[in-house]
Design a protein around this ligand. Structure first.
Ligand code: 5HY
Length: 246
């Protein structure tokens, strides 16, 4: 099967890190097609970035549909553009935030999300309410690490995330931790070993769930809010089309 992993921001190194994590967990025979938004912000930190990332994301979703992929994974913990992508594609679309939260509920009564900056918290809290999972989430915390610091080996990002995890285990009585950024995907195993609890990465969670849906032959229901968009005229200049380099 072929899974499309799309990073809604435009930072290639984050795409490659997520693609590595996806390939590490994917079953033999699963091909990962990875790309990032064709245009938009280099990182998503709050609602404006998130809104501006969606058109470039949807351009990649359209390309992947045309290429015949079996499912899509949105590799941003905010699940940026998830509803629009589910309406657009006939194939399953899994957001790493929703996927990680579901996985956490299978191994812990209470989990805490540790994300990057405080400005991302409201979006993640609203998502959990939307998904029906807020009751199982003790808290959404921020390690106060800018997203792109996770791409800088010299930054103390991992240390700050680890300190926040330690606080969550005591103050929140968290039994598992969900890493609240695609850029943290390479930290899960090490942080789980340090803290002795499940530390859940959304990329691995989403790829695992996407493979399961494809094997079950289940895709997005089109009879409700995720119905295929109705064709209609477009006002103003056309959106830039994605032009794949390769
Ligand atoms: C992410 N931002 O996973 C989110 C995390 C955040 O560019 N990729 C981003 O900070 O909201």
């Amino acid at each position: 099967m072929r899974i499309h992993l799309v990073n809604p921001n435009t930072t290639r190194s984050m795409t490659e890190k997520a693609a590595d994590a996806a390939r590490a967990v994917a079953a033999p025979g699963t091909e990962i097609r990875a790309d990032e938004s064709a245009f938009g912000p280099v990182s998503i930190e709050g609602p404006w970035d998130g809104a501006m990332a969606v058109p470039g994301l949807l351009a990649r979703i359209e390309e992947a549909i045309a290429a015949g992929v079996d499912a899509h994974v949105i590799a941003c913990f905010d699940d940026t553009g998830l509803d629009a992508a589910r309406a657009l594609s006939p194939k399953p679309v899994i957001g790493i935030g929703e996927a990680a939260a579901h996985m956490a509920t299978l191994v812990a009564e209470r989990f805490t999300v540790v994300t990057t900056l405080s400005r991302s918290i409201a979006t993640l809290e609203a998502n959990l309410v939307r998904y029906g999972l807020a009751a199982r989430c003790a808290k959404v915390r921020a390690a106060e690490v800018p997203v792109l610091d996770l791409e800088d080996p010299a930054s103390d990002a991992c240390g700050r995330i680890s300190e926040e995890i330690a606080r969550a285990l005591v103050e929140d009585r968290a039994e598992a931790i969900v890493l609240g950024c695609a850029g943290m995907t390479d930290l899960a195993r090490r942080l789980s070993q340090i803290h002795g609890v499940p530390v859940i990465d959304g990329v691995a969670s989403a790829v695992t769930l996407a493979e399961g849906l494809v094997r079950m032959g289940i895709s997005t229901s089109k009879v409700g809010g995720w119905a295929t968009p109705r064709p209609k005229p477009w006002g103003g200049p056309p959106l830039p089309q994605a032009r794949r380099a390769d």
